[in-house]
Design a protein around this ligand. Structure first.
Ligand code: ATP
Length: 249
């Protein structure tokens, strides 16, 4: 996907895909560290965008900015008319001492619309059941979240994100640490979300996973190195320049 900048400074895609999110010259970080530096990028609507880069390059920080949980120091984020995003953090970012069951955790995804502690309608409960089944964790529904393995907990968090039915689904390394079947299932679920018209943005360290996305944002040391179709972005030369190693065959 090629990208052009129009006069107003906003971005549009030349193949006609409307952007769901546009970042314009965004700089952002934390108290002691400016991480993202003047990032201008576009997230196409109803497509899967992968955010890639070495450890510490700013992938989670970029997701935080897109999610609206971290305000830029400068620059602008345009989320168009996209409603509140669903944000699935890395499973290691969630306490394993939470006393709730897997079903409760997934049901919390419905609170984004209902407000916390509201009674779930029959339709809400059906959505929760459907999300448990899509991640193949219906058999774990009554287990405590804290008693799950890392991979099982990761699937519960993805199910919670799906339950929000947001038009913008953000996932931080959703496939890291998962077995092959769970990785395949999550990839399929993300494809289904895009087919249903939802925009997906996820981070990864896996080049093969990145190559299956529709659009790629490549970060290095807080700067956007390249964006576009993954096969165009992740060339042998770019991989060597960013990771100082050759692309796996
Ligand atoms: N809450 C925080 N407070 C202060 N600094 C932070 C915080 N979160 C991240 N950082 C710093 O910001 C930089 C970028 O971190 P970030 O988590 O965005 O990178 P990443 O590309 O997602 O890394 P990884 O691949 O290791 O998950 C790092 O130097 C990190 O130490």
């Amino acid at each position: 996907m090629k990208i052009i900048v129009v006069n107003s400074g906003s971005l549009v895609t030349v193949d006609g895909v409307r952007p769901a999110v546009v970042l314009h010259e965004v700089s952002a970080g934390y108290a002691r560290e400016l991480v993202l530096q003047r990032v201008t990028a576009c997230v196409p609507s109803a497509r899967a965008t992968v955010v890639l880069g070495p450890n510490g390059s700013g992938k989670t920080t970029l997701l935080n900015v897109i999610a609206g949980v971290l305000a830029p120091v400068s620059g602008a984020v345009d989320r168009a008319s996209t409603p509140a995003p669903a944000y699935v953090p890395q499973h290691s970012a969630v306490s394993d001492t939470l006393p709730m069951t897997v079903r409760d955790a997934v049901a919390m995804g419905r609170w984004a619309r209902l407000g916390p502690w509201r009674r779930l309608s029959t339709q809400d409960k059906e959505i929760v059941d459907e999300c448990l089944a899509r991640l193949d964790i219906d058999g774990l529904a009554t287990r405590k979240l804290g008693a799950l393995s890392g991979g099982q907990r990761q699937r519960a968090l993805v199910a919670q994100g799906l339950a929000q039915r947001s038009g913008l689904l953000l996932l931080d390394e959703p496939s890291t640490g998962l077995d092959l079947e769970a990785q395949r299932r999550i990839a399929e679920v993300l494809r289904q979300e895009c087919a249903a018209g939802r925009t997906v943005v996820h981070t990864t360290h896996d080049l093969d996973e990145a190559l299956r996305a529709d659009h790629c944002l490549l970060l290095n040391a807080g700067r956007l190195v390249a964006q576009g179709a993954p096969a165009d972005v992740l060339t042998e030369d770019t991989v060597r320049a960013v990771w100082h190693t050759s692309r796996p065959r």
